[in-house]
Design a protein around this ligand. Structure first.
Ligand code: PGA
Length: 241
């Protein structure tokens, strides 16, 4: 059986109400040659979600870029998983490097989010990845293993792990096939060995575009990509698909 391929758009804090609606309407009309072997997921900023959830066809799924680890409470400025579920989100990103760095999110907090997302029946997309100086000092392996160890609960049902080297996000620089393969293997072996009840997929994120996507997909155990910049332009996104 052929493996499933995920094309996940991380729109970050971009696109207006009308631009995002037009974008989604266009993707919903795409002809998908391989049908259900592909999962196309759009992760817009929170305030776009209610409107986009009304426009979903069968081709595209909705995801969120974050959620709080509690279902409700005194958490000013946060958003709850219950509402994300109500608005038909099936996926939630947890631990994106922009949240880890700009919002000081720790592995402990991310693990609580991953646990909640999964217990509510949604799929967590956990981001892991190293800084440039960690790679230069050959500390990337250690960094990624500790992120996996500390953010993935045991007995989790399913998860998508996105390997996103921080130095590659939004820079146009992508690691070599060898470097991505090495990390994919680390993630694969970790999950097989220490989280063997968890169904998982591994994807790559960081400057993915229509030119490099095919090469990335050919990597062993690679199931797709988390795409930022290139997912904001309909022509480019269509080319990737
Ligand atoms: P990029 O972003 O594709 O613009 O590098 C990826 C991400 O941050 O998920």
């Amino acid at each position: 059986m052929k493996k499933k391929t995920f094309i996940i758009a991380n729109w970050k804090m971009n696109l207006s109400l009308s631009d995002s609606s037009n974008f989604l309407k266009k993707i919903c009309k795409f002809k998908m040659p391989l049908g259900n072997l592909f999962e196309i997921v759009i992760c817009p900023q929170f305030l776009l979600i209610p409107n986009l959830s009304k426009l979903l066809g069968s081709i595209v799924k909705l995801g969120a870029q974050d959620c709080h680890y509690a279902t409700s409470g005194a958490f000013t400025g946060d958003s709850s998983i219950k509402l994300l579920k109500y608005f038909k989100c099936k996926y939630v990103i947890a631990g994106h490097s922009e949240r880890r760095i700009l919002h000081k999110e720790s592995n402990i907090e991310i693990k609580k989010k991953v646990t909640l997302i999964s217990s509510e029946g949604l799929t967590p997309i956990l981001c892991v990845g190293e800084l440039l100086n960690e790679r230069k000092k050959k500390l990337h392996k250690q960094k990624i293993i500790s992120q996996l160890q500390e953010s993935i609960p045991t007995n989790l049902k399913n998860i998508i792990i996105a390997y996103e080297p921080i130095w590659s996000i939004g820079t146009g620089t992508i690691p070599s096939v060898y470097e991505i393969t090495e990390v994919t293997e680390i993630i694969f072996n970790f999950l097989r060995k220490y989280r063997n009840h968890t169904k998982f997929h591994i994807i790559y994120g960081g400057s993915v575009d229509s030119k490099n996507f095919k090469l990335i997909l050919e990597i062993k155990n690679m199931s797709g990509a988390l795409i930022g910049g290139a997912s904001l332009h309909i022509k480019e996104f269509k080319k990737i698909i």
